[in-house]
Design a protein around this ligand. Structure first.
Ligand code: NAD
Ligand code: UDP
Length: 383
């Protein structure tokens, strides 16, 4: 039986060009498209490691997946692949905060300059674009500038982030942390202007800390030993090594975490309901899953022994300064609560998974995937 969109119309199979489809979010989206749709997917990435299971001939949907090992920085094949597709989804980015200070130029190029041709080709060939931006585009909350005990800090309008109302509040230029958010803002503005002046059909996605299996890498196991991934992988790495979880500046920053599998449901709705998704910017997050980084660490420390059988850490966390952890130029978003009105109204989507449930399944995955390799690495004498 044909699958129907939200308005009851049959969903026609599409050809989707997914740039950066070999990463964390891309790999989950590819799994979903393989399992539940008949869409054809052209994946562009510099690595296929996280989607190789879909490309093997034994995979029932492999004939619908094509992989092109292309760096979009310098490859003329990009244009013809976008031209071939009905829809382009651009996920490609440098999006690990440690890189925003260490590689600010790469960060700006990756999140702004390299994305320009994608927008231009979509506009020129009248192709629909779903572009991945970030919740970091909001920067710091307006409330964070009020005195600590000011009553207005409790008023949602000073901290809940709304797509069409909240300003983008970044720190000074020397705080290179904001290069990423600023580059993402420029590409959002370019997309919006292309739509306004040339009729580009677009959807912009602002993910609020999506987490789950396959996120980033574990340093020294499937990524560089000196690399610093995002917080889920940092804390997982600490747990796998049996070492204390590092709380940057005391772990007081707050985040709302969304299970990647919930997020993928929202993406499928955007892909298959263009008349409801086009022209919109969507916050995609879970306002109910808010914690400080200290609370997140405490939850992970509690869950890990349950799913791994490993002993609990006696002194589970240690405070580190952001300067020691990330280097000069680091700054932080204080709090990120998404307003969900627009996505709820347009697509009827709501997140489902609690933070505790998502941590249980994700840490079980981390243990199954990495503990053997980690034990081997730890048993080798240090050089
Ligand atoms: P990811 O790093 O796992 O995925 C990005 C992918 O893009 C990687 O596979 C990488 O190899 C590829 N890529 C980067 N530069 C490329 C290039 N020049 N040519 C070809 N491929 C290239 O990150 P992710 O978490 O899957 O994020 C995907 C998108 O979502 C990014 O745009 C990111 O900024 C945005 N985002 C994600 C989150 C989140 O919660 N995970 C939060 C905010 C924003
Ligand atoms: N963080 C931490 N310990 C770590 C890694 C990160 O306390 O080992 C903090 C970081 O300073 C930030 C939060 O966790 O306040 C989330 O960081 P992440 O890298 O996941 O990305 P962000 O949400 O800042 O984009």
């Amino acid at each position: 039986m044909a699958r129907l969109d939200l308005d009851g119309n049959p969903i026609e199979p599409l050809t989707i060009c997914m740039i950066g489809g070999g990463g964390f979010i891309g790999s989950h989206l590819c799994d979903k498209l393989a399992e539940e749709s008949l869409h054809k997917v052209i994946v562009i990435d510099v690595s296929e490691e996280k989607i190789k299971h879909l490309l093997e001939a034994s995979c029932p949907s492999s004939s619908r997946f094509e992989f092109h090992k292309i760096n979009i920085k310098h490859d003329s094949r990009l244009e013809s692949l976008i031209k071939t597709a009905d829809l382009t989804i651009n996920l490609a980015a440098i999006c690990t905060p440690a890189d925003y200070n260490k590689r600010p130029l790469d960060t700006i190029y990756s999140n702004f300059i390299d994305a320009i041709p994608v927008v231009k080709f979509c506009s020129e060939y009248k192709k629909r674009l779903i572009h991945f931006s970030t919740c970091e585009i909001y920067g710091k909350t307006v409330g964070s500038f009020l005195p600590k005990d000011h009553p207005l800090r409790q008023d949602p309008k000073f901290y809940v982030l709304k797509e069409d109302e909240s300003p983008c509040v970044f720190g000074p230029i020397e705080k290179q942390r904001w290069s990423y958010a600023c580059a993402k803002q420029m590409i959002e503005r370019l997309i919006y202007a292309e739509s306004h002046e040339h009729g580009l059909k677009f959807t912009i996605v602002r993910p609020f800390n999506w987490i789950g299996p396959r996120m980033d890498f574990i340093p020294g196991i499937d990524g560089p030993s000196e690399g610093v991934p995002r917080v889920l992988a940092c804390f997982s790495n600490n747990l796998l090594r049996g070492e204390q979880l590092k709380l940057v500046d005391g772990g007081q920053s707050q985040r709302t975490f969304l299970y990647v599998k919930d997020a993928i449901e929202a993406l499928l709705l955007m892909i298959e309901n263009p008349s409801r998704a086009n022209g919109h910017i969507f916050n995609v997050g879970n306002p109910d899953n808010e914690v400080t980084m200290k609370e997140l660490a405490e939850m992970m420390v509690k869950v890990y022994p349950k799913v791994s059988g490993e002993p609990a850490l006696e002194v589970p966390t240690i405070d580190v300064s952001s300067k020691d952890f990330y280097g000069e130029g680091y700054d932080d978003s204080d709090k990120r609560i998404p307003d969900m009105t627009i996505i709820n109204k347009q697509l009827g989507w709501n997140p489902k998974t609690s933070l505790m449930d998502l941590l249980e399944s994700t840490l079980a995955y981390q243990h199954q995937t990495y503990s053997k390799a980690m034990k081997e690495a730890l048993s080798k004498p240090a050089c």
